[in-house]
Design a protein around this ligand. Structure first.
Ligand code: ZN
Length: 170
């Protein structure tokens, strides 16, 4: 289980670099992401959130089949015109939630843990989680999708909740 980086940590704003080859180091990163995500009871985690600016993320919304999703160098090939708005949170911005509008359905292509190219179609909550995690790899947080008014409100709430805490590791 790795240390989570929270809002304010510069790595969360970095554009993560592509993975060149899915080697043991990358597989270890995938395993670390799963373990850290599960320990924090999240449904997804991106490498930036544990301080690694590489294009690796995992999503597990609790389905039995298909298995949890490993996203290495993910690319969204299709986004539905239809959108959905629902409440989102983020392990890097604990206890802060906001309504985010996203594509209702996406088709994503990525390498899996074995370096194979895998295409996944997802809708609803899973599509939302995939878009949220890929945003992280581009240094984007769910707050960025909100209106300035709403974002500032949540940021002041965040600052209040952080009172007395220093550093950006959790
Ligand atoms: Zn997040």
């Amino acid at each position: 289980v790795q240390t989570l980086h929270v809002l304010g940590s510069p790595v969360l704003r970095r554009q993560a670099g592509a993975v060149r080859a899915v080697d043991d180091e990358v597989r270890r990163l995938v395993d670390d992401l799963f373990e850290t995500m599960r320990a924090a009871k999240g449904v997804g985690l991106a490498a930036n959130q544990i301080g690694v600016a590489r294009r690796v993320a995992v999503v597990d919304i609790g389905e039995e089949d298909p298995p949890p999703l490993v996203l290495i160098n993910p690319v969204i090939l299709e986004r539905s015109d239809e959108t959905e708005t629902a409440e989102e949170g983020c392990l890097s911005i604990p206890e802060i939630f906001g309504d985010v509008t996203r594509a209702a359905r996406v088709v994503v292509e990525a390498l899996d843990r074995d370096g194979r190219t895998l295409r996944t179609e997802a809708s609803g909550y899973k599509a939302r989680a995939i878009q949220h995690e890929i945003d992280h790899l581009d240094g984007v947080l769910f707050l960025d999708h909100l209106s300035a008014v709403k974002r500032n409100l949540l940021l002041s709430k965040w600052k209040k909740s952080r009172k007395g805490q220093t550093g950006y590791l959790k």
